[in-house]
Design a protein around this ligand. Sequence first.
Ligand code: SF4
Length: 350
Amino acid sequence: MTAHRPIRTAGDLAEAGLIDASAEEAISRVASRYAIAISPAVADLIDRADPHDPIARQFVPDAAELTLTPEERADPIGDGAHSPVPGIVHRYPDRVLLKAVHVCPVYCRFCFRREMVGPQGLGTLTPAELDAAIAYLAAHPEIWEVILTGGDPLVLSPRRLQEILERLGAIEHVKVVRFHTRVPVVEPHRIDADLIAALKSSGKATYVALHANHPRELTGEARGAAARLIDAGIVMISQSVLLKGVNDDPEVLAELMRAFVETRIKPYYLHHPDLAPGTGHFRLSIEEGQALVASLRGRVSGLCQPTYILDIPGGYGKAVISASSIEAEGGGCYTVTDFRGNAHTYPPQG
Ligand code: SF4
């Protein structure tokens, strides 16, 4: 049965048949620390008969979130270290994050900003903070790209988005605007003509990076929402997180990447899970991740290959962590391994 409002509490989860009544107390403790929201479209996608359902695992809270490990950090990718004014993260010279809102339509249990998002999170920028953030962008001519993230920027109304984007549009040196969102998957009906017009209202090259982690998320409705964005001239790329029990399987990962490409979304980043608090049950080792990513080579088209990356804890930026298929040998020679695992020699530069 389709629910009409988001699931937000342990009681809602029990009522929707997503947790046992006996788990309600532990889940209430999780809820007091980390936000819960499951949109009706996501609740419908969950297979309640499967105790290991990969959609449920991403959104239904688990008592394992109460277990913290020493290496975990409240700000795993170090946003705070690079935030000159509220709402701006300026980690790389030519691009910034603009975090206007810290609310999401769903709360992912593995979220790397879980200490910042939700009703107890950093909230929405005040008008004065937004003015200061826009002034920062205008005062830094090296900023070529602005990435609206959060939170999920697409929770803002088209009117609010348009106000922000028209201000970005007036900054000559900003050439590209990118949105990071889950909305086309979790609330696909919101991708309508008004929202699309607002997204494009900066007049800059506009990209939407869709966050999805399992091929079942690319439903007909989600694909339709993406098609509306793309047909309107917006370029779409993907972002996924490699997650134990969700997509740590060569066939699932291949299907996910194919689903993106079929939807005209170019696979972009596959993130190694961050050291966010209470997310140890999602993390796999880098070696396991490298083997999974290597399994995509040959298995799926070159169009379906994402870049496997790690956000270096502490705010030092991203590093590509795919296993290399080339190794230097003596005398300037290299050994290159093909997708079947066979080694070949590549000659020295003549
Ligand atoms: S949508 Fe993004 S910011 Fe929001 S909870 Fe999920 S991972 Fe975190």
